[in-house]
Design a protein around this ligand. Sequence first.
Ligand code: PAF
Length: 280
Amino acid sequence: MTAPILRRLSELRALTAEWRSKGETIGVVPTMGALHRGHLSLVEAAKADTDRVIVTIFVNPKQFNNPEDLAKYPRTENEDAQKLAPFGVDAIYVPEPDEIYPQGFATTVSVAGLTNVMEGEFRPGHFDGVATVVAKLFLQTQADRAYFGEKDYQQLMIVRRMARDLDIPIEVIGCPTVREPSGLAMSSRNLLLSPEGLEVAANKNRIMRELVEALKDGAQFDPLAAQAETDLLAAGFTQVEYVQLRCAETLEPLTHASRPARLFAATWVDGVRLIDNIPV
Ligand code: PAF
């Protein structure tokens, strides 16, 4: 059965008040729609952990620094509702834009430090948009737990920091990246790739894993990053924005794998920007 689609905060509040009155716990999976198996794995984790699960779908204009990117972002609400049906989700919250950004909306949630690097550097304002909308979704759903994919690892760290700093009583849970058999990380943006673009994209995870293997042997990162950039371009990526090794806790840059780390890469193919990261 498809879950009820709620477009108004008052409807959402009525439902969550009823659940709360019965002592039920609530999990939320925030999304921008175009759901894929990665999102569905978050829904499964939420279902296993909490009594009630809300999936939110809102293509958040404030996190797009490029209007073209916003315009072409896939919007597939009916298919999304169908995909969620087998999971027994309790509500799909698809807020009208004025429920998130009412007339005169003047507040920005901005997390310092963690947002200056990588995605923050290449997509100015992106994380302010993310932190602002996620803070609103946390407060609107009043969920006990929220589920985010590790594919957007920097986002996960920022959202966790934001919830802690603002005393929002929610546990932010990171779930492993779900991948295609080629290793390509599941992403709504993969829908925008041509068959040739998909073939190119399939090389990324392999190249990243080769780099990680070399790091495990104690190699310095810089020459390996240069080699990985060359390999990515040779595989058909049109641009490599960054290949970086950072501490998994603080996101500080590392010169070698001296402590638990993550390898991050942002690349372009077919006019589509693809990010990925893997643990080291
Ligand atoms: O990861 C996403 O899909 C979005 O950044 C999020 C967390 C739903 C906020 O709009």
